[in-house]
Each structure stands twice: as C-alpha cells, then as structure tokens.
Design a protein around this ligand. Sequence first.
Ligand code: CP
Length: 328
Amino acid sequence: MSTTTTVERGTQTMQWTKKDLLGLRELSTEEIRLILQTAESFREISLRPIKKVPALRGKTVVNLFFEPSTRTRTSFELAAKRLSADIVNITPQSSSLSKGETVLDTVRNLEALKIDILVIRHAAAGVPHLIARQANAAVINAGDGAHEHPTQALLDLFTIQEKKGRIEGLNVSIIGDIMHSRVARSNIWGLTKLGAHVTVCAPPTLMPPQIDQLGVRVTYALDEAIRGADILMLLRIQHERQETMLVPSLREFRLRYGLTRERLAIAKPDVLIMHPGPVNRGVEMDSSVADGPFSVILDQVTNGLAVRMAALYLVSGAHKTDEEEPAT
Ligand code: CP
C-alpha cells in the first residue's frame, strides 16, 4: 500500500508517495526537502497559545520503543497530540512481549485495533523494515540498531538550515563513536545528498571500515576535524552496542577526542556545536562546550517536534480524508 500526501507550497505542489519513513538512504533529495519544508510550516504551531491543529484527527499512532528514549519518544508523542491524533505508548516490559509474544504478532494485534502509524525503535538493525513489509500501517523508524535514525538526521538538517541558511557547501565534522552510530549514518546520507562536505573523526577502533565509500573524508585527528568546520556534530560512545570496550578508557578518549573549550580555539568563529543527545558530559564534550555560546543542542530538540509532526503528517496520507493544510 502506498501513501500520497500532497503539500502545496506557493505555486509548487509536492507529493509524498512512500508508505513508510525508514531511512535517509532511500529518500531522494526532493523527498528530504519536502520533509524539511513541511516541518517549517509546522514549526509555529508550537508557539501558539493553543498548540493544536486537526490535521491528523481520527488517526491513531502507536509508539513501540524497545530501547530507552527521552527525546524521540516524547517528541513523537507531542507531535501526534499537536496534530490531534490519538497516541498510545507501548514498552516491551509492560506488554505481552515480556510473555514471549513476537514483535510481528504484537504488530498484527495492534493492526487488529486499526492503528494508522507505528513508530518503532529497536536494538536490531532492520526490524522497522521487516515490520513495514508486513504491516498495512505506516512505519516510522525511530532508530534501529547502528543502522539509521532518520528523524534525528532530519532534525539535524533542519537545525543547520535554520542556523546557517543553507546546507550545500558547508563543512560538517561528525566526531566520536562513528562505528556504532545510527545518527552518523543517517546524517552522512542526508548531508551528502544536500551537498555538504562531511568529515568523520574517531579513534581507529570506532571507525567503520570503508566508511570513505559513503563519500566522506576520514580523519583520526580531532584538530583536523575542527579546523575549517562549520558544524561539529559530537556523538557519545554507544556502550550498549559494544561487547568489549573499544577505547582504553573514557579518560583517554576525552584526552584525544573530547571537545573542550581550549580545543575550540582553532574552530571557525561561527562554528555550531551539535549533539543528538544524550550527552555524556566530560567525555565527548565538556559542560562549558555543551552549554556554551556555540551550542545548538536544545534547538535540535525543539526542532525535533516540528520534524516529527511533518513525518507523521506525510506518511499519514491525511489529505485523502481531511483535506487539511499542514499548518493553518
Ligand atoms: N537522540 C535521541 O535519539 O535521543 P533519545 O534516545 O533520548 O530518543
């Protein structure tokens, strides 16, 4: 089943035709731009005294999170509520998954309750894709293993566009545990499709082999990643995806790869510091950097709401039943 959502922008009419939102790898440049433009139109709803529009009235969204989350789960829930959808949160611990029911059986039962959109986070790469092939409901990937986290990359792109006025031609350095990061992978796809120059920087043990084949520059030296960068995107070490510690110690990691105020001395004067969260203060960056004048970390969180409203709206096919404009 495919979904078509038409978005009017001035004299332009753009269409979203995918059932699901699973990753940036499979999105065209035009589809990425459509999501960012739709998010732009939703942004001001959260500034209104009454933060609600009827765009998804009558639709049911289920958040199915197999891994912990603060930002993604909460912002999908708020996004659904601001669009007037009904939303249900399911965690494995409090559902029949804990009694041995399979994920697919859980989804079949949810579909029997006539849900419209399923937002899934899972520790194993590919689970949202597997479910999307089986389900009639639209599926949004909220992070699958070390594979992709599309709405995080989209909110990162949205924030860069908002702060810098463009993405094309910018130098973006992604620094930290590249090996285990779904955020890095989604951002590499999105940034390169929109014309940014991407550098990845990590200790050799946290750098995926052949990452250069994705069209990025590889460096193992933090200073090289900082110098000339318009954006420094820091990542935490993903301990939950490592069987053994791949750096000698967190202290050693901070000494060689941690972003400190002193290290920022060689950065461009208008550099932006980004981080998807959660931040491990004193490891990948110091508090003085996370809370400092170049940091846009909380702006990323704010923008996540508009981006997730756009994602829900586009996969919903809402125009077929409501004929609502996204933001009125
Ligand atoms: N960035 C991100 O995915 O944060 P959460 O794990 O809190 O959702």
